[in-house]
Design a protein around this ligand. Structure first.
Ligand code: PLP
Length: 374
């Protein structure tokens, strides 16, 4: 087979992620590759850690990007904190809570499920019931921003409950980081993972994580070895210089994607975290006005809606929703998301994430939807 260079079309990405990558980040990715132990690269890694602390609003020393997508950050949290026989209370209100359960089981733990209707946030009262019924539980795990539905849960209240019951928290912030308020230290979150392809507008394939001292103490007190070599924090810390001592080779870092992340976090710092959160909220309000003017409605109740992930109920009479998305893609170069899991055929997911959350995109999206639905 003779292949030609691959040139993807220019799309507008308004689905559940990846989002539009900022041109400054695309440019950063094309800078010269240098060695991953080069002192200049190591200096940049230190800056990435500091910038991630800002993005997560934490002073946790153990804050770094895992060299793999959000699911690997998730797996790192579970693999390091869950030992065989541990009980973990897992709150599930969409696809990613189910993935957490899988992780607990694969680590040899016992998940205790707190299940909510899809589209609803996690109910703290029900989480508390489970914590009371399972005093042996070691961890409370939940998704802050459930991308499969667009519902946001109250991470601060859930983390407080966990502490009151002497549990650590594992928190999925893949869709919230850089899009809506996330305050790791103020809320007392312990093991937190995210992704780069959503509100940071960077390329997929990296997973920022941060661990509190309580989480680090628990990892260091393990009686069994972490079953994954690649995700064992005791080893990763040595490379990222978070365990003190000399930086040692662990794996070859994804050098150019890390330039991209550095640029993404620099852009975030320039705009300012609060301003970024405000912009996402303002763009959500603008989209909402247009969606409602078209007679469409939102799937999630107003107080629990994520500004960066808008689930719109597919109106009656649309029998082939995939055909709508195909027309948006082919005629308008616009990507929006389908419903995942039990939401398939019921909702469209319109992402307003990072660089994609801008007025031009909103006008284009509303115009395109109007064109396709009329
Ligand atoms: N958690 C949530 C809430 C997500 O939205 C996603 C991806 O969409 C993931 C985890 C997994 O991230 P990745 O696809 O980067 O592995």
């Amino acid at each position: 087979m003779t292949a030609n260079s691959f040139h993807p079309p220019e799309r507008t990405l308004m689905g559940p992620g990846p989002s539009d990558v900022h041109p400054r980040i695309l440019e950063a990715l094309s800078r010269p590759t240098i060695g991953h132990l080069d002192p200049v690269f190591v200096g940049m890694m230190e800056e990435v850690k500091g910038l991630l602390q800002y993005a997560f609003q934490t002073e946790n020393a153990l804050t770094l990007p895992v060299s793999a997508p959000g699911s690997a950050g998730m797996e790192m949290c579970f693999a390091n904190l869950v030992e065989p026989g541990d009980t973990v209370v897992v709150c599930k209100n969409g696809v990613f809570g189910e993935r957490m359960k899988e992780n607990v089981e694969r680590c040899g733990g016992t998940p205790v499920m707190v299940e909510e209707e899809w589209g609803a946030p996690v109910d703290p009262a029900r989480a508390e019931e489970a914590l009371k019924a399972h005093p042996e539980a070691k961890i409370l795990a939940f998704v802050h921003a459930e991308t499969s539905t667009g519902a946001q849960s109250d991470a601060a209240t859930l983390a407080k409950l966990a502490r009151d019951h002497d549990c650590l928290t594992i928190v999925d912030t893949v869709t919230s980081l850089g899009g809506s308020p996330l305050k790791v230290d103020e809320w007392g979150l312990d093991a937190v993972y995210s992704g780069t392809q959503k509100c940071l507008s960077c390329v997929p394939g990296l997973s920022p994580v941060t661990f509190s001292q309580r989480a680090v103490d628990a990892i260091q007190a393990r009686s069994t070895k972490v079953q994954s070599w690649f995700l064992d924090l005791n080893l990763v810390m040595g490379y990222w210089g978070s365990g003190g001592g000399k930086r040692a080779y662990h794996h070859t870092a994804p050098i150019n994607p890390l330039y991209g992340l550095h640029e993404a976090l620099t852009i975030l710092q320039e705009e300012g975290l609060e301003n970024t959160w405000d912009r996402h909220q303002r763009m959500h309000e603008a989209l909402k006005a247009g969606i409602e003017a078209m007679g469409l409605s939102f799937f999630v109740e107003e107080p629990h809606r994520l500004p960066q992930l808008n689930s719109v109920t597919i109106p009656a009479g649309i029998d082939d929703e995939a055909a709508v998305r195909t027309r948006l893609l082919e005629q308008y170069n616009l990507e929006i998301g389908a419903g995942l899991g039990s939401m398939a055929g019921k909702i469209w997911r319109i992402g307003l994430m990072g660089h994609s959350a801008n007025p031009t995109n909103i006008l284009n999206c509303l115009g395109a939807l109007e064109g396709v639905l009329s």
